[in-house]
Structure formats: structure tokens, C-alpha cells
Design a protein around this ligand. Structure first.
Ligand SMILES: *[C@@H]1O[C@H](CO)[C@@H](O)[C@H](O)[C@H]1NC(C)=O
Ligand SMILES: *[C@@H]1O[C@H](CO)[C@@H](O)[C@H](O)[C@H]1NC(C)=O
Length: 323
């Protein structure tokens, strides 16, 4: 399991390192701010009546104090590793954590909410916070930061911090395919809708003073265990149409981000391809050894949040059925 976490961590670290290294003028990164879905949610949903929450065992069993903080993980989540790697702090807290300190505001928080997507309907269905709700929280955060650090320093922190957005998977997988909530769209037009929503979200961030943004692409969604179970037939194959939609979204979003980075002065906006690394890991898992196969499934277990109240950790169930 540790290996799977490390793997995602390496991917995300790469993303952050690229953003940080490109910023030659200001090498110092005061903070890390995160928006998105369950991959990077440290517990913002804890106070919600939502199925998309994890503040109960077995979640957190490898976390400090074995506490189920609301992270969709047995331990740390990728943004915790990044925050500690870039020397900011050991854990990146949830903005809605009731114990959040002033010090935490200075070094960044996560607004991410399990179940969210670029499409508002995605979070609404999961009773989670939409990305636009998260943006409003960010505006509130900025005001608090100003009262803690002063207006000038707050603006510097906002400008020099690194922002990570992880979203899109729930839109494609849950909203479009599984729930069929956007039946008036075909895949290309829905992808376009998502890309426009993402683009508008980034412009809003930019207008609030944000400059360094990294957006993670979506993984091969046709290979998520839940999708293989419900759509992959008796042999639980990866589902090609989901993967094609993932590839299209990554390609279109990446092109839009390149365009945005040129349009918005002194912005650094990058897209990170996680698809190909993960696809290779799934299809060629034997190249990586058996433990990776089992571990890898664990990364994906969070997608099956509808089943998250099972008493057995999903990992052992999934890895048994898949072997
Ligand atoms: C999502 O909702 C917000 C707030 O209501 C709105 O401003 C935004 O345009 C919506 N985004 C999309 C893509 O519909
Ligand atoms: C699996 O490995 C082969 C040989 O290295 C490579 O050609 C292929 O692209 C890999 N598959 C995926 C899905 O990356």
C-alpha cells in the first residue's frame, strides 16, 4: 500500500516540481493550495450529509494516531507528501478543519471535496462542495489571510503559492457514464463543456491573484475497479469507451491550458499527464511486480465511495477478485 501512495506521490511531486522550478524569479513557495475531489480531500466533507466521506475506520489506519481524518486513504494523501517534500508542512489540512490555525492559513490548505468535479451537477449529486463553492471558500480564506498577514503579504502569499487542481474523473465516470446525467451531450461535447468549466475556473483563480497552477489529468477511467466490475463483463476488462473519453479530456484540457498560459500574463499553468504512466502500470503490471498490482488497486478504491461503508477494507476484496 505504501508503494501505491508513493507512486502517486511521485507523480504529483513531479507536477509540483515543474511548477516550482519554472518560477525562477521567486524560488520561495510559501504555501500549497488545493482544489478538487476525493484524491486530495483531507476531510472537508466531514460535516456534510454525504456518502462521499471517509472519517471512519478502516480509513486512516496507517495515519498518525490511526485517526480517520476524512482523508480518502489509509494514510497520507498525495498533497500531504507534496507539502512535506517542498518543506511547507507535514500535512496539508482541510480548510474546514475546526482546528485550523492561523499558521495553517499562511502555508496553505485544501478546499477539495470528495465527489466534486468541474461540472456543478457532479458535486450536487454527491452532496459535496462544487468547485465554485471551493472558490468561494478561497475568497473567504484570502480575507482571513489578510487579517493574519496584512494585505500586502497576503497578496504575495497568494501569488507565490502553488495551486493544484485534481478534478474531472467524477464528471466523466460518474456523471456522464454511470449516472447518465448529461444524456443531452455526446462525449466530445461533454468534454468541451468540462474544459470550458475548467478554463473559467482557472481564469477566476487568476483574477484573484493566483499565478502558479498545476492541473492533474484524469487516469484511465475505464480501468477503475468499479467500472471494470459493472461494465467490464465477466473477465472485468478495462472499458475502452471510458478510456477514450479520458484521453480526449486530457488532450483538450491540456491544449486549453497551453492557450490560457499564453493569454494570462505571468501565469504558469501546466497539465500533468498521469494517464500514460497509470495505463502502462495497469496493462503491464507484471513488469512492476505483483505487490504493485495489489497496491495499485488501492489507489482506485476511493472511486467506489458508494461502497465505502463495507467493513472489510475494499483493497483486500478487490485484489482477491482481480487476481
Ligand atoms: C457552477 O455554478 C456557479 C455558481 O452557481 C456558476 O457561477 C458557474 O457558472 C457554474 N458552472 C458551470 C460550468 O455551470
Ligand atoms: C506495455 O509495455 C509494452 C512494452 O514495453 C509497451 O509497448 C506498451 O505500450 C505498454 N502498454 C501500455 C498501456 O502502456
Amino acid at each position: 500500500m505504501q508503494m501505491a501512495v508513493n507512486f502517486l506521490y511521485i507523480i504529483f511531486l513531479h507536477l509540483v516540481t515543474v511548477v516550482v522550478l519554472q518560477s525562477n524569479a521567486t524560488p520561495e513557495v510559501p504555501g500549497l493550495i488545493v482544489f478538487g475531489d476525493s484524491i486530495v480531500d483531507p476531510g472537508n466533507n466531514n460535516g456534510l450529509k454525504s456518502l462521499a466521506k471517509c472519517n471512519f475506520p478502516p480509513y486512516g489506519r496507517d495515519f498518525k494516531g490511526q485517526s480517520a481524518t476524512g482523508r480518502f486513504s489509509n494514510g497520507k494523501i498525495p498533497t500531504d507528501f507534496i507539502a512535506s517534500q517542498v518543506g511547507i508542512k507535514e500535512y496539508l489540512p482541510a480548510y474546514l478543519d475546526p482546528e485550523l490555525s492561523d499558521e495553517d492559513l499562511l502555508t496553505g490548505v485544501s478546499f477539495a471535496s470528495g465527489g466534486a468535479g468541474f461540472d456543478n451537477i457532479t458535486a450536487k449529486v454527491a452532496s459535496a462542495y462544487t468547485l465554485w463553492d471551493q472558490l468561494q471558500m478561497f475568497e473567504e480564506y484570502k480575507r482571513k489571510l489578510e487579517s493574519v498577514a496584512g494585505v500586502e503579504r497576503a497578496a504575495e502569499i497568494v501569488k507565490d503559492s502553488v495551486y493544484i487542481i485534481v478534478a474531472g474523473s467524477n464528471d466523466i465516470m460518474v456523471t456522464y457514464f454511470i449516472s447518465n446525467l448529461r444524456s443531452n451531450y455526446d462525449i466530445p461535447s461533454y468534454v468541451d463543456y468540462i474544459v470550458q468549466a475548467a478554463s473559467s475556473f482557472i481564469k477566476n483563480l487568476y483574477n484573484l491573484g493566483v499565478r502558479k497552477i498545476g492541473i492533474a489529468g484524469v487516469p484511465p477511467l475505464g480501468c477503475v475497479p468499479m467500472v471494470r466490475t459493472i461494465r467490464g463483463g465477466i473477465t472485468r476488462e478495462c472499458v475502452e469507451i471510458y478510456n477514450q473519453a479520458s484521453v480526449l479530456l486530457n488532450r483538450e484540457l491540456s491544449a486549453e491550458l497551453t492557450r490560457l498560459a499564453q493569454e494570462l500574463p505571468s501565469s504558469q499553468i501546466i497539465h500533468l499527464d498521469v494517464y500514460n504512466i497509470l495505463h502502462d502500470l495497469i496493462m503491464n503490471s507484471s513488469h512492476y511486480g505483483t505487490s504493485v498490482h495489489a497496491c495499485f488497486i488501492y489507489i482506485y478504491q476511493e472511486f467506489s465511495y458508494g461502497e465505502s461503508r463495507l467493513t472489510d477494507p475494499p483493497v483486500s476484496r478487490d485484489s482477491r477478485t482481480l487476481r
